[in-house]
Design a protein around this ligand. Structure first.
Ligand code: KE4
Length: 433
């Protein structure tokens, strides 16, 4: 063990005396990969630095928000300038419409958007809105997809729920999930059967158009088209949860890449540029049901917070202005990285496969292919843990769970990718059975 970890270990002990598991979000606890979490004290570009002075090439990017890398100067300047004017007013500010204009410019189907402070709030609100609009109760989600921790969505969820291997969550009465139908991802027949059984009762289908929360799993050919066709026919709202894919896969997210228009879109992560912002949007006909215009209530003290809006506006303006070079470069560099590491696994005789869409990807420790939760769950999470820890020793920070996506940012370089591939060649030697 060459990496110094003493200071992080002490910080972990201090934190866990006051905070459950020492973390404010479970997946940060390294429970499924082993070892003590590195306490991060600084980020710059593609790098993060921990309390023991170790440097890492960061492929987590705060779980997706940091597509421009850590502390982009123009984003930091925008936050500082906003902070000098005051941090929050609980009143309308011009920046909220600035961010709304940028979001609407990315999603042609969207006529109105409401900002909240997390992806969880965005999906929770979009589902309430779908139920208000359709006057129906049932919702459909897919096994292995994660849409935040609202009660009704903690059913066969991905991300931390899958990582911790728990069926859902304690404290959620079955009455709260009785209207949630969890179906197999990439299975159009299962969806047809659900609609046959619950005819005219399903308010919405919510889906990660490219799943990140069972690890990266793309939609099977035609699956999104099937979702769109069935929901259109059944007058059910289709919600694309683009909290992770929005502005990640393209400026217009997965719906731009796959050419499918949902009824509602939920957003988060990148639209806050690293500060807490979520959002949900769609046609005015649906969005005008939201209070104060309509009867569907949703609110938030810090919704539209000026600092968060400033960070989001600076981030999206940069992405919109430079999208012609940013996204092709992310595609090239991500392809080089994922293929290089996959080749290292093959050379080492390690059973692994991978999925990648744009700059979100996962290497699975199973022969694969991984197309849904059952196939993802076949992964050898113990081997992933050894790989994760070996990469950490080589200064590479991956997602601390097999069932998460990793991300590349505009700040990563070819040198970073080459270092990572070399580190993987060593790491697979440690993983080999
Ligand atoms: P937040 O409430 O964490 O901002 O967003 C919830 C959410 C909703 N929808 C999708 C597709 C998401 O990926 C997320 C959150 N993603 C996880 C990582 N897979 C956040 C990391 C964490 O829970 O700490």
């Amino acid at each position: 063990m060459s990496r110094k970890t003493e200071v992080s270990r002490q910080l972990q002990k201090r934190a866990e005396a006051m905070i459950p598991g020492g973390v404010n979000s479970p997946v940060r606890a390294f429970r499924s990969v082993g070892g003590d979490p590195a306490f991060i004290v600084r980020g710059q570009g593609a790098k993060i630095f921990d309390a023991d002075g170790n440097e890492y090439i960061d492929y987590l990017g705060s779980w997706g928000p940091l597509i421009l890398g850590h502390a982009p100067p123009h984003v930091v300047e925008a936050i500082l300038a906003a902070a000098k004017q005051g941090t929050s007013f609980g009143a309308s500010t011009p920046a909220e419409a600035d961010l709304a204009e940028l979001v609407l410019s990315a999603f042609p189907h969207m006529e109105k958007v409401r900002f909240v402070s997390s992806g969880t709030e965005a999906t929770m609100s979009a589902i309430r809105l779908a139920r208000a609009y359709t006057q129906r109760k049932f919702i459909v989600k897919f096994e292995g997809c994660y849409h935040g921790h609202a009660d009704a969505l903690l059913v066969k969820a991905g991300s931390g729920v899958a990582t911790l291997g728990i069926p859902g969550s304690a404290g959620v009465p079955e009455e709260f999930t009785q209207f949630t139908l969890a179906l197999p991802f990439n299975d159009g027949n299962a969806l047809e059967q659900a609609f046959a059984k619950f005819q005219d009762q399903i308010a919405c289908v919510i889906v990660e158009p490219v799943v990140g929360n069972m690890g990266c799993v793309p939609p099977a050919r035609g699956f999104l088209e099937t979702l769109r066709g069935i929901t259109q026919r059944e007058k059910t709202l289709l919600i694309f949860d683009e909290v992770m894919t929005g502005f990640r896969l393209a400026y217009g997210g997965a719906q731009e890449v796959f050419g499918i228009r949902p009824d509602l879109t939920t957003m988060g992560k990148i639209i806050g540029g690293g500060l807490p912002v979520g959002g949900y949007g769609g046609p005015a006909e649906i969005m005008d049901l939201v209070a104060p215009l309509g009867p569907m209530y949703q609110a938030g003290t810090l919704s539209g917070n000026p600092l968060a809006m400033a960070a989001g506006v600076a981030t999206l303006r940069h992405l919109r202005e430079h999208k012609q070079e940013i996204y092709p470069r992310l595609e090239r560099l991500s392809g080089k990285l994922v293929t290089g590491v996959a080749e290292a696994a093959k050379k080492a005789g390690v059973a692994a496969c991978h999925n990648r869409v744009g700059s979100m990807f996962t290497w699975f420790f199973t022969a694969g292919p991984v197309t849904d939760w059952p196939s993802a769950a076949k992964s050898n999470t113990e081997a992933y843990g050894r790989f994760f820890r070996a990469m950490l020793e080589s200064g590479v920070y991956l997602a601390p769970s097999q069932f998460e996506a990793a991300f590349l940012s505009a700040a990563h370089t070819d040198a970073d990718v080459e270092h990572t591939i070399a580190a993987a060649e060593q790491a697979f030697a440690a993983v080999r059975p």
